[in-house]
Design a protein around this ligand. Structure first.
Ligand code: SF4
Length: 183
């Protein structure tokens, strides 16, 4: 990212998210707001950044805002999210991690078919037709989600406190702004 995330305006953050998604321009502010408020929506945007048909559907229909976020809070949370995504660099996990995550998804009661009426979109996003291939909690195609380094399983492990169903820590990472404050 060119500017420090903390120094960004909303317009700059919209530009930055547009770049992350491979767009020629900024995303709309309502897309940035939805991505900041709704991690599942943000994950879907990133997962589908190389599938233009799916991506444009998501950009055209962001989920409605959950709450009114004051501009300062939106900027702080947007900066954290952009920093996380930039740091992860959209790298893929190692094969062993991918297999462990996929095995967990296959055994998970949250694994489901694509939502009714959206089968074609999910097929375009690379999910196998007619198969259980989507996480019901976040709506992500699990094959793509599991491969991404920055992704997290949204459900708690049924037997082990503090871990997700992928067997990875559920504890939120300290934000970079907190780190900067020495928290
Ligand atoms: S991501 Fe987690 S909650 Fe979703 S299907 Fe996979 S294991 Fe289940």
């Amino acid at each position: 990212m060119g500017a420090r995330a903390d120094d960004m305006t909303i317009v700059m953050q919209c530009n930055e998210l547009g770049k992350i998604l491979g767009l020629r321009g900024p995303v709309e502010e309502r897309v940035l707001t939805a991505a900041v408020q709704n991690p599942s929506y943000a994950a879907n945007l990133i997962l589908c950044r190389e599938t233009p048909v799916f991506l444009h559907q998501l950009l055209a229909h962001p989920p409605p805002p959950r709450d009114a976020i004051p501009t300062g809070e939106l900027l702080r949370r947007g900066a954290d999210a952009l920093w996380r995504w930039a740091r992860a660099g959209f790298t893929s996990v190692e094969d062993a991690v991918l297999q462990r995550r996929l095995d967990a998804c296959q055994a998970c009661p949250n694994l489901s078919h694509p939502p009714e009426g959206q089968e074609l979109l999910y097929k375009l996003a690379g999910t196998a037709a007619g198969s259980k291939s989507v996480c019901r909690i976040c709506g992500c195609p699990v094959a793509r989600k599991a491969a991404m380094t920055f992704e997290r399983c949204p459900d708690a492990h049924p037997d082990i406190a503090g871990l997700s169903r992928w067997g990875e820590p559920t504890i939120q990472e300290t934000s970079h702004t907190d780190q900067a404050k020495g928290a």
